[in-house]
Structures are given as structure tokens and as C-alpha cells.
Design a protein around this ligand. Structure first.
Ligand SMILES: [Zn+2]
Length: 634
């Protein structure tokens, strides 16, 4: 901070306060976006539309002279607003072309008082000129991020808070914006920004300016301006397409001083980039950006993570695992295009990326199935306390990237859901999620609501199973203990007033249709009343039997109205060929199978005989019966 600069601006601030008394309306924007885990990040009162970063960087001294031009839309009449910014010297600030009335620094906030307050809904441009040597950021889990110094420049990765180390920004994923990045470096070096290379200009003085354009919304934690001496290539994917429909641009950069063997190894994985993106596009729908790429650099100290930087996946060594690459490319849909509203929902990024990595590795790289991954993790008895952190209730900012609760248990939640609602419905859920929230933000509550909608519309789940899905999500996402509801136990025992139950050992699934209604019984008239519902049977067992029972202790097998019961038993059969049998407290066989069966949709017919002399009492006669699908050879 330049002390003299700050004092001079302080005098201007005083005069502004006096003049603003008359207009009174504009108020300061909030200095937080209220994130439960990282409350210091983000700022209120405006919504950034676009960042234009002009960075002039010297990789020898690690110093920069930069200008950030930030186009924002005011969400209130704004007397003052803040940006997240750490270190670096601010040399001038203008808002709407006028020098700011005041500029102050408070911890990681750059606080700007415009000479003229932007009015609500108006678009205004803030230009911040700054210089200095950026410093890396240590985040709450102790890892390094932000502007990380390398021997030949910088390695820039920012999740969750590092972006403030090199440009002033609204540092929370809820405020996404498009970007242009102009990075001037010695012509010996490569500067890598997000998106596509709009132009590369030789300035004739030994420097080159790399102009990158990211035309789709991006969270600031996914930005980069990595600089170094790289083997950089741009090719077009032979099979994968970008969001605009053109061949996918592949921008890859390997640290030039990696050995030939290191480069060959990295390139073996990079060679699959196009095919991975094509595979994932076939699974999730259109790839959301126009380019993808790998940046692999040498760092002075182990970083400990790979980052899904938007369109430029950053590896902190020459080790480029193809399975990790599938994980990070998946993030371009899950996390980058569909972003978090709150860091406590981080499992929406990492659970999906991990499940997708399991799925890709199984289908394309000889890995075990996601179902086996689920079983191995669920049945493992090692480290039982790993279940004590709930997936969607990460306790502190230091736990955002905890492997088991966020990544593994998040992926297990998705795999269990896939088995419960069925593969077709699950893939429709994934595609609908990335389509409905594309380029936006979403929450765990949004995800649960969509999962239930798809389960209802696509899997035919009625009220009882939808309620059980609530229990399922409560256990898997919000409870700090090992869930008991699994794909196996989900369908065991469903009790619904009127007509439904399923008991499912192993891979049996039973879905019962709407409640049975006989309508009105007419006293004094002998008649058989009939009504139907449906039963959908799925069984991979060697044998299976569908039965119906009345488990009640009051007049078993007979409809009751308070303390009264009908004299004749309720009967049931599979229509049209089955034979009616009387319900009782012991199971009545309806249908049996001697081989696996997929989606056998049965009509279950109930018959209630009423004799002319049977006494009937005004009111509703009803019973809860239980359907059971069972096997002796699961
Ligand atoms: Zn990840």
C-alpha cells in the first residue's frame, strides 16, 4: 500500500460524504456474499459482467504492471463497493471514467467510493491500475494457490480463493463473468489464459502479448494466467465439438524442460483428451466450452492437487494421469458450467467428477464398475470414523476438499441413486442438470428436487418411494454417520395406506400403482365389486414370487370401518388369467417366476363380494395390504 496515495484520497472521501447527505439514497454494497464456509469472500451491490485483464509480467523479477477493467451491473444505488484483492499496489481507480472519490484497503478488500454513485440496474466500468509482485495464498486447508512462483514464471490456480492474488475481483462462484486476458511476456515465454487465443502480437521489443478470450461465464477461482517456457500446441479435436459446434480446440502446454520421457508419458494421456471429451459429451450432452487443454508445469514444491481451471486443466508436474484427466474434463460440466452457489455444496462438483471418473475408467480404461466402487467403499471396515462428516454439510473451510466425505461419499451417493432410479433415469438426471443450470449456479436442494422430479416422471416413483428418496438424501448428504439406506435396502418394506408394499432382497424391485378404490357399496344388493391396480416386477433372481398379505390384527383379510368389518374376505388375483384367492394374514400367492424378469407389468385385481343380507355401516371401509416380492435364490 502506498501511504501517500491513501492519505490524499482520504481528503476526497470527506467531501463526498458531505455531498452524499443531500441525495441520501445510495448505500454501500455488502463486503461479503455470506458464504457459510468462506464468509470473507465476495462482495454485494453489483454483478460483474466482464473482466478485461491487461497484465504485463516480467518472469525474471516476478513483477507485474496491470490494469483490470471490470464491467458490472449495479444491484442497488451504490455509494461504495468492494473487490477482493490481496497485496499489490493500487495506483489508480476510476469508476465510470471518473477518478474514484476514495480508495481504501481493509484486509483483502479493496474498497472504492465512486465520485458518482452507480444507480441500481445501471452498468458501470471500474478500472483498477496496479503493480507489484503477486504472492501466493494459503487457504484454510493449508494448501497453496493463487499466483505460485515457478523458476520461469507463474503457475496460477485459484480454488477457492487465490484469484485475489493477481487481480481485483468478486471472488465467489455466484458472480460469474466473461473474460478477456491480454498477457504481455518476453517472447521466449508462453502466457496461458482461459478460453481461446484471439491473437498473439509481437510487440517488436522482445515481448509478445497473448490475447485470450473466455466468452462463457466463469467463476474467478477457475481463471488463470500461467506463464512459463512451454511446448505449447493448438490442434483441433478430430471427434469432439465445442459448444458453438466447431471442432474442439485443444490447447496443450508442457514445461519445456521436462525430459523426453516425461513429455512422452504426459502426451500419452493428452492424446486421449479428444476422445475423453467426446465420450463425456455423449454421456452429458454438449461440451460447454469451445476448447480444452492440459497445462503441465514444474513447481518448486509439491502442490498436492490438479485443478480443473476452465478450459486449461492444470497439472503441477509431468505426471498426467488419464483417469484424473477424465475427472477434470468432467468438471467442465460439473463445477465450471454449472457452478456452486455455496462452497458447502462442493460435493456437487467433486461427487460428480468422481462418479464420472469411475464410469469413464470402467468403460474406457479397464477399471471396475461404479457399482463395485460403491460396494468396496461401503463394505470397507477400515477407518469407520470417515463416515462422521456429512457430504453436503462440510463443517469448516478446511474440510472443503476432504477426500472421503466430499469426493468418495459424494460419488457413492450418485451411484446409489443411479441403482435406485435406474440407469436411464439417472443419465437423464445428469443431462437435465447440466442443461437447466448451464452457465449458472445451483444448490444441493435444487439437485434433490430435480432427482425426485425425474424419479417421479421417468421411474414411476409414487409418494412412498419419493418420501424414501428424501430419507435416502438425508442419510447420504446430511447425516454424519454411515447410511443404512442403500440400493439393496431401499425397496425393502414400503408401507402406504391403501395398497402398497415391497420387500426386496437382492436385486428385486417392485413398484405398485395407484391405491385401489371400489367406489360405493350398495346395501341390500348382492354384487361383486372389483377394482385394479398395477404391479411392476423387476427381478434378476433365479426365482421370484409376488404375494399379498393383510398384516393387520383387526379382522385380517377383511375391509374395516372403525370397529366394523365386512363379513366376506377381500379377494385378489392377477388379471385376467389368475384365480381369485382370499386375503388373510398369511401371504396369498399372486404370481411366480422361474427366471429373471424385467419390468413385468401386472394388473392386480381385487374383488369384494357383498351379499344382500350383509350389514353395511356408513363410512369408508379400507385396509392397508402388503405386497411382497421375494426369492429363494437371490
Ligand atoms: Zn475434482
Amino acid at each position: 500500500m502506498n501511504r501517500r496515495f491513501r492519505a490524499a484520497l482520504g481528503g476526497v472521501l470527506l467531501s463526498l460524504v458531505l455531498t452524499s447527505v443531500a441525495s441520501a439514497a445510495p448505500t454501500p454494497g455488502a463486503r461479503s456474499l455470506g458464504d457459510p464456509l468462506l464468509p470473507l469472500l465476495g462482495n454485494g451491490g453489483y454483478d460483474v459482467q466482464h473482466y478485461d485483464l491487461n497484465i504485463n509480467y516480467n518472469p525474471v523479477t516476478n513483477a507485474m504492471t496491470s490494469i483490470a477493467t471490470i464491467t458490472s451491473k449495479a444491484t442497488q444505488d451504490l455509494s461504495e463497493f468492494s473487490l477482493d484483492f490481496r497485496g499489490l499496489n493500487v495506483t489508480s481507480v476510476t469508476v465510470g471514467g471518473q477518478p474514484a472519490a476514495a480508495v481504501a484497503r481493509d484486509a483483502d478488500k479493496l474498497i472504492i467510493t465512486p465520485a458518482t454513485a452507480p444507480l441500481n440496474s445501471s452498468t458501470f466500468t471500474t478500472v483498477v491500475a496496479y503493480n507489484g509482485v503477486p504472492v501466493e495464498v494459503t487457504d484454510p486447508d493449508g494448501t497453496k494457490e493463487g499466483w505460485i512462483r515457478t523458476s520461469d514464471g507463474s503457475f496460477v490456480v485459484n480454488e477457492p480463493m487465490g484469484a485475489m492474488s493477481y487481480y481485483p475481483n468478486n471472488n465467489h462462484p455466484i458472480d460469474k463473468a466473461t473474460y478477456d486476458m491480454s498477457i504481455t511476456v518476453p517472447s521466449t515465454h508462453t502466457a496461458l489464459g482461459n478460453g481461446e487465443l484471439a491473437s498473439k502480437v509481437d510487440n517488436g521489443n522482445g515481448t509478445t502479448t497473448w490475447n485470450w478470450h473466455m466468452g462463457y461465464p466463469m467463476a474467478s477461482y477457475l481463471s488463470t494466467t500461467t506463464v512459463g517456457v512451454f511446448d505449447y500446441t493448438m490442434t483441433l479435436g478430430p471427434t469432439a465439438k465445442g459448444f458453438a459446434g466447431n471442432p474442439l480446440e485443444l490447447h496443450n502446454a508442457l514445461e519445456s524442460t521436462f525430459t523426453a520421457a516425461q513429455k512422452a508419458s504426459a502426451n500419452t494421456s493428452i492424446a486421449r483428451e479428444d476422445a475423453i471429451t467426446k465420450f463425456l459429451s455423449d454421456v452429458y450432452g454438449p461440451y460447454p466450452f469451445d476448447s480444452v487443454g492440459v497445462v503441465a508445469d514444474r513447481l518448486p514444491a509439491s502442490l498436492g492437487y490438479v485443478l480443473e481451471v476452465q478450459t486449461k486443466i492444470h497439472f503441477p508436474s509431468s505426471s498426467v494421469s488419464v483417469n484424473t484427466l477424465a475427472h477434470e474434463i468432467t468438471h467442465q460440466w460439473f463445477g465450471n458450467s454449472v457452478s456452486l452457489k455455496s462452497w458447502s455444496d462442493i460435493w456437487l462438483n467433486e461427487g460428480w467428477a468422481t462418479w464420472s471418473q469411475w464410469n469413464w475408467t470402467n468403460k474406457q480404461n479397464n477399471g471396475i464398475t461404479p457399482a463395485q466402487q460403491f460396494l468396496n467403499n461401503y463394505n470397507s471396515t477400515s477407518n469407520p470414523t470417515r463416515w462422521n462428516v456429512a457430504t453436503a454439510v462440510v463443517p469448516t473451510a478446511a474440510d472443503i476438499f476432504d477426500t472421503f466425505p466430499v469426493y468418495t461419499r459424494g460419488a457413492m451417493t450418485l451411484e446409489a441413486l443411479r441403482q435406485i432410479i435406474g440407469d436411464g433415469a439417472f443419465m437423464e438426471l445428469a443431462r437435465t442438470w447440466v442443461t437447466e443450470h448451464r452457465f449458472g449456479n445451483a444448490t444441493t436442494a435444487d439437485f434433490i428436487a430435480l432427482a425426485k422430479r425425474i424419479a417421479r416422471d421417468r421411474s414411476g416413483f409414487e409418494a412412498s418411494n419419493l418420501a424414501k428418496l428424501d430419507t435416502f438424501f438425508q442419510q447420504w448428504l446430511y447425516t454424519p454417520a454411515k447410511p443404512t439406506m442403500t440400493p439393496t435396502t431401499f425397496f425393502q418394506r414400503t408401507d402406504v395406506p391403501g395398497s402398497v408394499d415391497g420387500t426386496v432382497p437382492g436385486t428385486l424391485a417392485l413398484t405398485i400403482g395407484p391405491p385401489v378404490k371400489f367406489g360405493a357399496f350398495t346395501p341390500g344388493v348382492a354384487r361383486d365389486y372389483t377394482a385394479t391396480t398395477t404391479a411392476n416386477v423387476v427381478s434378476t433372481a433365479g426365482d421370484a414370487a409376488l404375494t399379498v398379505t393383510d398384516p393387520s390384527t383387526t379382522a385380517p383379510g377383511r375391509l374395516v370401518n372403525g370397529t366394523y368389518s365386512l363379513p366376506q374376505a377381500l379377494q385378489a388375483r392377477i388379471s385376467p388369467s389368475g384365480v381369485f384367492g382370499a386375503l388373510s394374514g398369511t401371504p396369498l400367492a399372486l404370481q411366480s417366476y422361474t427366471a429373471p424378469i424385467s419390468n413385468d407389468l401386472l394388473t392386480v385385481e381385487f374383488k369384494q363380494p357383498i351379499a344382500a343380507t350383509d350389514p353395511l355401516r356408513t363410512g369408508d371401509y379400507a385396509k392397508t395390504v402388503v405386497f411382497t416380492l421375494s426369492t429363494t435364490s437371490p
